[in-house]
Design a protein. Structure first.
Length: 415
């Protein structure tokens, strides 16, 4: 804060397409989609109109004990585009809450199911009530609330809160290591949680190809639920609507947020299967209620924006048109690999990490490079020594050029 206070803050007052404008009228390319949320650009006409139309009806009514129109319609649309087998939608309002819900749901599911039928299903004799633990991956990031931090694996962010957290079993993102942990702990493990294909906040670290699919198989074998956190990867970022779809995986629980409203409003959802849902199906007296409800859950304005967002994906064939941009971006990144101060360039879809060589963290080299990009009209936010590029899916080829040139020049100038 001491350093931040000395700087003059950059105040964004408006946006249009891929650009943000500050209070002095300077224009910047939004190179990280306003923290990985914007999808079709700012001020997208159809989303603006959907929100205005909805506000003429109602801005908010609770989902606790009531339904509302946009959230109901959105749930139906989400199920249509989600990996096959996900049938139920539980709303909340951020990536972190979507994760909290998945963890609590997985935990409670095992507490409430009938051990005999479950044992029959899984060909194992076990007491599901003992399944109370979680496995997570080293370097994982699932959000900033206490449950999400408990399954987080980035010491810089999470270490200080250790006394507040529940214990999670931390494993390398490696199929053999995961199987070893499953073998040892499966009787006490409720679920594994993982980001699919790429650990984003860890610095855009790519997971081994096929890992997701392998984990799905292992979860089936060892009777462990699979929670996939698509908060960063969902809504086209990896080139498919959801990263799970690259490996044909249906998790038991899937967390989505960020891009769900096109980057307009805070809506999130935890999707799950009929099987998990059935674990909560009971009369009032049996007390199997899932006690979790955020005040703004299923907010009609947010859900109206999300419906418009999904409609644009269809109408503009966003995913089809994106493939060429992904290849164009990949081609443009080639030159970076030759830079001496660049250690590695990682890309999946529109998610890119340009990792600089190992500068000591005190040097804030990532911050400096990104800060320098401002003079070329590009706004970025690094993760340590990793320069992150995650532009809106609607970015044009010319804008990709601008983005790549700004970062390239900044690295060359500074390093
Ligand atoms: C994979 C993943 N999960 C969860 C979150 C937390 O989302 P939110 O900031 O909306 O709480 C993030 C945020 O970056 C994320 O990348």
């Amino acid at each position: 804060m001491e350093e931040w206070q000395k700087e003059e803050p950059l105040v964004i007052v408006k946006g249009k397409g891929s650009y943000l404008y500050d209070s002095k009228g300077k224009k910047y390319l939004d190179g990280v989609s306003s923290l990985w949320v914007n999808v079709h650009g700012h001020r997208k006409k159809e989303i603006d109109q959907a929100i205005k139309k909805q506000i003429n009806k109602i801005a908010h009514s609770t989902l606790l004990g009531l339904a509302n129109e946009p959230s109901t319609l959105l749930a139906r649309e989400l199920i249509k585009i989600a990996p096959k087998g996900l049938k139920k939608v539980f709303y909340s309002d951020s990536g972190s809450t979507a994760v909290e819900i998945a963890l609590k749901m997985a935990f409670q599911y095992w507490q409430q199911i009938n051990s005999k039928s479950e044992a029959r299903n899984s060909k194992q004799t076990q007491n599901p009530k003992l399944k109370t633990k979680f496995i997570t991956l080293i370097n994982a990031y699932h959000g900033d609330t206490i449950g999400a931090v408990s399954v987080g694996g980035i010491d810089l962010f999470h270490q200080i809160y250790k006394p507040l957290l529940f214990d999670a079993i931390k494993v390398k993102p490696d199929a053999q290591e995961i199987e070893k942990a499953f073998k040892k702990h499966h009787l006490e493990v409720a679920a594994i949680i993982m980001e699919p294909l790429i650990q984003a906040a860890a610095g855009m670290l790519l997971e081994p190809k096929g890992l997701l699919k392998k984990v799905r198989q292992l979860c089936n074998k060892y009777n462990i639920l699979m929670i996939v956190d698509e908060v960063a990867t969902g809504f086209g970022r990896t080139g498919k609507m959801f990263a799970c779809q690259h490996e044909g995986v249906t998790p038991d629980l899937m967390c989505i947020a960020k891009g769900i409203t096109g980057g307009y409003l805070p809506v999130a959802a935890t999707l799950t299967t009929q099987k998990i849902y059935a674990g909560f199906m009971a009369t009032y007296k049996e007390q199997k209620t899932f006690f979790h409800g955020h005040t703004y859950t299923g907010n009609p304005l947010g859900c109206a924006a999300a419906l418009a967002n999904l409609e644009i994906f269809k109408k503009e064939k966003v995913l089809q048109r994106l493939q060429e941009k992904i290849r164009y971006l990949a081609k443009g990144l080639q030159g970076y690999r030759r830079l001496k101060k660049v250690k590695e360039v990682r890309q999946i879809g529109m998610m890119v990490g340009i990792e600089l060589i190992d500068y000591p963290w005190e040097e804030k080299m990532g911050v400096k490079v990104c800060s320098n990009c401002k003079k070329y009209g590009v706004l970025l936010r690094p993760l340590g020594n990793v320069i992150v590029l995650m532009p809106p899916l609607s970015i044009s080829k010319n804008e990709i050029d601008l983005l790549l040139k700004a970062v390239y020049k900044s690295i060359k100038e500074l390093l």
